[in-house]
Design a binder for this molecule. Structure first.
Ligand code: FDA
Length: 385
């Protein structure tokens, strides 16, 4: 069977690309090995899908080429997607910092995409694993569990390696390698980090603190969350995109407050350090973090005051690993942007071969940016195929 384009992967990017091309009258087939399209969309945003971020710019993405995403993001903006959602009468709200979520359910986004696919006459085959792809004349041949398909254009929208339990595979990278395209080494991103040498803070698992996490000059102020192995929470997930082994993360547990001044101002107090800190941090955290200096504030000498202050404002945390692709929301690295046109996402060397979405070396921050990249890159490609 011959199509104008075969899209591998019925996730956010693949479906949006197919809709865009289908609306232009292209015959598009989407093949998906899961029994259901859009499984990651369904579990995203705690079931409410943070489907875009109104403040999206290329600066919210990590890539070897920090300018690469600009063209696609400008061609299809967060406002364009919000307009589509509005047209489908899906209720949404801004949670914070431009993050737009469904008010009711992520399922509505999947239903919207499937309805748009139907209107654009896109064929979707689920339960259809891809066995191999190859060239056929000037086009491509795709062998699947449900048969052989031919197409002039082939779009790889197979996502990254994160969350294998909802169907992630390495197919996109395998196809890139098969055609000789460069891949930026992949790594788990938006992922909890584990303390080097195991956790000394098991008692604090579940405790969350408003903090600033920094690597070099990159900082994020949001909550951190103690886990059994290390730290998670939005500030840690964000900084994990920038973390590399042997790079310490600095955490300010009292952002905007100078701990040394606070200690000095309260130096005459007979209150214990733990009780004092409980006025600024959750009680359990105050107890554990002050255990080394378990005495009244009045008995802390200047050296100890400085040590305590440093542990609060610049806690230098050594992590030795992430919690891996099982827990990572996205995969950083991927198909090198040097191989692709930023306007169309087509390979510069293999005419008719496109890569979109998470499989490309463009990784967004937490907060709706990754879906916006999926819509924007899918749109740019859908216009070109
Ligand atoms: P995606 O992974 O969505 O789709 C790829 C598709 O290809 C899948 O359906 C897969 O089954 C299919 N496939 C893979 N291999 C195949 C093969 N061999 N044959 C056939 N099909 C194959 N982002 C955001 O912006 N806001 C949010 O709220 C969240 N929340 C969130 C929560 C959780 C738990 C996770 C894991 C991730 C998020 N994300 C997110 C990230 C977001 O889900 C992700 O960036 C996009 O889904 C990427 O879209 P893609 O279409 O590129 O890949």
């Amino acid at each position: 069977m011959t199509y104008d384009a075969v899209v591998i992967g019925a996730g956010a990017a693949g479906l949006f690309c197919a809709i865009t091309a289908g609306r232009r009258g292209k015959r598009v087939l989407v093949v998906e090995h899961n029994v259901q399209p859009g499984r990651k969309i369904l579990i995203s945003g705690g079931g409410r899908c943070n489907f875009t971020n109104l403040n999206t710019t290329a600066e919210n993405f990590i890539s070897e080429n920090p300018h690469f995403a600009k063209s696609a993001l400008a061609g299809y903006t967060p406002h364009d997607f919000v307009e589509l959602v509005r047209k489908h009468r899906i209720e949404f709200y801004e949670k914070k910092l431009g993050q737009i979520f469904c008010r009711n359910s992520a399922r509505q986004i999947v239903e919207m995409l499937l309805l748009e696919c139907e209107r654009a006459k896109v064929t979707i085959l689920t339960n259809c694993p891809v066995a191999s792809v190859g060239r056929s004349g000037s086009g491509f041949v795709i062998d699947t569990g449900l048969g052989r398909y031919e197409a002039k254009k082939l779009v790889i929208a197979a996502g990254g390696l994160s969350f294998p339990k909802v169907g992630a595979t390495d197919l996109g990278y395998r196809v890139a390698r098969q055609f000789g395209l460069k891949i930026v080494p992949t790594r788990p991103a938006l992922v909890p980090l584990a303390f080097a040498g195991g956790s000394k803070f098991g008692k604090l698992a579940g405790v969350s603190i408003d903090a600033t996490a920094s690597v070099g000059r990159i900082s994020f102020r949001e909550n951190i969350l103690f886990t059994h192995q290390g730290l998670s929470g939005p500030a840690i997930l964000q900084i994990s995109n920038y973390w590399k082994p042997e790079t310490p993360v600095t955490i300010d547990l009292l952002p905007g407050r100078d701990a040394l001044s606070l200690l000095r101002e309260n130096a005459p107090s007979r209150q214990t350090l733990a009780n004092f800190l409980a006025g600024h941090l959750p009680k359990s955290a105050a107890e554990v973090l002050s255990a080394k200096w378990n005495k009244p504030l009045a008995q802390l000498n200047p050296k100890e005051q400085a040590e305590v202050a440093e542990s609060l404002n610049s806690w230098c945390v050594a992590f030795d690993r992430t919690e891996g692709y099982q827990k990572a929301e996205v995969t950083a690295g991927g198909i090198s942007t040097a191989e692709l046109s930023s306007q169309t996402l087509e390979s510069k060397t293999i005419t008719g071969l496109f890569f979109i979405g998470e499989v490309v070396d463009v990784t967004g921050w937490l907060g709706g940016y990754n879906f916006q990249w999926a819509w924007s890159s899918g749109f740019a490609c859908g216009r070109a195929i």
